[in-house]
Write a protein that binds this ligand. Structure first.
Ligand code: AMP
Ligand code: MG
Length: 322
């Protein structure tokens, strides 16, 4: 029997801490009350100071990435579940860095990342979930959505004129459109989980001041100019509208089957550690095992082994008699 993946308890974030970041289904969300600069449990910080806590977090991250690589192998071999990771955030909150970290060490065959930008005309001509549905990971794989169908209740809610790019039937574009989209999303995610796709959603919570520093850093550093987009400042001007849209969406779409985590992201090491821990923990807790080999199949494997060993002997005999 192949052992399941075990995580060393000392290098795992306790569930009671992770639960702090989980959005309880139906509970209102007030982002102003959640500290984006959270770096650790207060007792831990008081006792060890930020420097040592950061070192520990990095150790936990490293361990979780090793766990994740093993867990992904099992996910691939058992071919029963897939995992869809959704990352949503304001610009410069660290989505790309999280993807880079989480993907490092994974088997590229069994993972995929999709970035969703402004929809094309072809995409706008379809139902709003269409372009995302096509990219849901297969069983056995981890798929990451860098932005997702949540943009259709975030950026589109902040800029309702985007709806004019779609020829929707009369009566659809009223105030109820958001409620209907939340409901469509909840049903879609239910459909995914019923088909073995686990949905994990992370909102990277960063302060407006932290975004200012990071954007400025991009402008001050020529090597980072390519990261700065002309839309970054205009979108930043809508900060409060985005926060409201996020609060509404997080509350309406955090469900038992597809929960949202609000990840404090002013410290990149904290957000990376938390996301990797939730992801590794979720896959490890599935209790997966490598496929069992039947007695009949074991006999056939043994026959194949004997045949291949026989080929070496034949080759050796051939070489000697030549
Ligand atoms: P980035 O991920 O920063 O490279 O930017 C992608 C841009 O595409 C962001 O400004 C998003 O708000 C925008 N975007 C993504 N999905 C949609 C959507 N469904 N409708 C309109 N804009 C979108
Ligand atoms: Mg951007």
């Amino acid at each position: 029997m192949v052992p399941q993946i075990r995580r060393r308890r000392s290098l795992v974030i306790q569930k009671k801490f992770l639960n702090k970041f989980l959005v309880k289904p139906g509970k209102p969300v007030y982002l102003k009350d959640l500290d984006p600069g959270w770096a650790s449990h207060k007792d831990l910080l008081d006792k060890f100071g930020e420097e040592r806590v950061m070192k520990l977090a990095k150790k936990i991250l490293k361990r979780n990435l090793e766990n994740l690589a093993e867990a992904q192998n099992l996910l691939w071999a058992s071919d029963t579940y897939g995992v869809l990771v959704i990352l949503q955030a304001m610009d410069a909150a660290g989505k790309d860095g999280i993807i880079r970290h989480v993907m490092s060490g994974l088997n590229p065959q069994a993972c995929q990342v999709h970035n969703f930008k402004k929809p094309t005309n072809d995409e706008l001509d379809h139902n709003f979930l269409w372009r995302y549905m096509k990219n849901v990971p297969q069983r056995g794989r981890i798929g990451i959505f860098n932005r997702s169908y949540y943009e259709d209740v975030l950026v589109v809610k902040v800029h309702p004129e985007y709806l004019d790019h779609q020829k929707l039937p009369p009566g659809i574009k009223g105030e109820n459109i958001w409620k209907h989209r939340y409901s469509d999303i909840n049903h879609f995610e239910k459909h995914l989980t019923r088909n073995g796709i686990i949905v994990l959603k992370f909102y990277l919570h960063m302060s407006k001041e932290e975004q200012r520093k990071r954007l400025l850093n991009r402008l001050n550093n020529p090597a980072k100019h390519w990261k700065f987009s002309d839309s970054d400042l205009p979108e930043r001007a809508y900060w409060d509208d985005y926060m409201k849209a996020y609060e509404d969406a997080l509350c309406a779409t955090s469900t038992e089957w597809a929960p949202w985590y609000i990840i404090p992201s002013n410290h990149k090491w904290a957000s990376r550690t938390l996301v990797a821990d939730v992801l590794a923990g979720t896959i490890c807790n599935l209790g997966l095992e490598f496929p069992k080999i039947s007695a009949d199949r074991r006999k056939r494997l043994e026959a194949a082994r004997i045949q291949l060993e026989g080929e070496i002997e034949e080759l050796a005999e051939g070489t000697m008699s030549a």
